[in-house]
Write a protein that binds this ligand. Structure first.
Ligand SMILES: [Zn+2]
Length: 397
């Protein structure tokens, strides 16, 4: 897959302002302008938000699917029968799937880690399963995502230097095995479900594979992991193992150390992060892609992210408020409903409350990244970031 018309992903740098980058990622199914926030669709759905709204109102270009969850239920047989995640869910834009590693290491208690892979028990029914780099690549081929992640080990955020180094070496060996199995699957054109006609003539219609940089809070190990991952070679590179309970200063320190050292000619993805503040810090450090469950998770508990900071609609002070959730938001929820009404829905246990607040939150995250992109293009990102962070602290509502 070396000639130019067999690329599975194209990265173009549109503008750079300091370390912050604005770019365009072309996948076989959608064109993604970065920096981008990717809503999480753990079970093949972004919780509480219809695909129609994601497409027509929020204009999300790429969402996540979780291999661990879909592997256990409905299972790969169902995925193959349906012809992959796109046909199953009807979402026609791009999917990024994770490798399943993070969930295996964080959700399951009963697991046995060997060089070969991980044996674990399902958190659903206790049934025994095995996942390895090869199994993960086969699973993600069956899901048919545009961006596939290598299978890695995720050590705890506070792991010692020695433990992290050992883990990182295993991750490097697994990255190579992921690469080899992935290439064989793509070459065979097997198990990829239904292969669409790519949007661009230069694209092959195949899946793209991203490598993951680990190393916890140890800068030397982050550098080593970066070197070993780039040595194997991937379509994009991700920073894993952040936002796993470490202090914010540790996360920002690692970002500052590693993001701008990642290959300039490929997308950079910060996995599982974060708050609006984290996203802005990530962009400033040179990251292009983000995902996180917090817009929808918080949406279900009445917690809204706004340009004026985080608010909770459960607060009694909103009972008589005729204001929108966020006076600066153009989303359809803010245009139509008052925070007093949203609070009433929450108090009355109406499921629409979760749906509407989640919708606003996802729209807010995506719009924040769209505005950051424009600020980078206009070479005013630093001022934009400072102003947004100030406003978020103001708690204006
Ligand atoms: Zn809104």
């Amino acid at each position: 897959m070396s000639n130019s018309n067999s690329k599975s992903l194209i990265w173009e740098l549109d503008a750079q302002d300091g370390k912050a980058r604005a770019g365009t990622i072309r996948t076989r199914r959608s064109v993604i302008e970065t920096p981008i926030f990717m809503p999480v669709g753990t079970q093949g759905a972004v919780k509480g938000i219809r695909f129609e709204w994601l497409e027509n109102e929020i204009d999300a270009r790429i969402i996540l699917g979780n291999t661990y969850h879909l592997f256990l239920r409905p299972g790969l047989e169902a995925m193959r029968r349906f012809g992959g995640l796109h046909r199953f869910t009807t979402w026609e834009r791009a999917f990024l799937t994770d490798s399943g590693g993070f969930q295996v290491f964080s959700l399951t208690d009963l697991r046995k880690l060997t060089e070969d892979g991980v044996e674990f028990r399902s958190h659903l029914d206790g049934s025994k399963h095995f996942i390895s780099p090869e199994v993960s690549m086969e699973a993600q081929a069956a899901l048919g995502s545009e961006i596939v992640m290598v299978f890695d080990e995720c050590p705890p955020g506070d792991a010692s230097h020695e433990t992290t180094k050992k883990s990182l070496e295993l991750t490097a060996r697994w990255a190579l095995r992921s690469r080899e199995r992935f290439d064989a699957l793509q070459a065979d054109d097997m198990d990829t479900g239904f292969t669409p006609v790519p949007l661009e003539p230069q694209l092959s219609g195949r899946q793209a594979l991203f490598g993951i940089i680990q190393g916890a809070g140890h800068y030397d190990l982050r550098s080593e992991s970066l070197y070993r991952t780039v040595e194997i070679g991937f379509d994009g590179y991700a920073i894993g193992g952040l936002s796993v309970g470490e202090e914010k200063s540790v996360m920002y320190g690692v970002l500052d150390h590693i993001a701008h050292r990642m290959p300039a000619d490929a997308p950079r993805y910060l996995m599982g992060v974060g708050t609006p503040e984290d996203l802005l810090e990530g962009v400033a450090a040179g990251v292009d892609m983000f995902d996180c469950v917090i817009p929808t998770r918080n949406g279900r508990t009445g917690s809204a992210f706004t340009s004026l900071g985080k608010i909770n609609i459960r607060n009694a002070k909103f009972t008589l408020s005729d204001e929108p959730l966020d006076p600066n938001c153009e989303c359809s929820v803010c245009k139509r409903y008052s925070v007093g009404y949203l609070r009433h829905l929450y108090q009355a246990g109406e499921m629409t409350s979760a749906t509407l607040v989640s919708h606003h939150n996802v729209a807010y995250f995506i719009t924040l990244m769209r505005r950051a992109r424009q600020a980078i293009i206009d070479e005013r990102f630093d001022g934009f970031k400072k102003q947004e962070l100030e406003l978020m602290k103001s708690n204006g509502l």
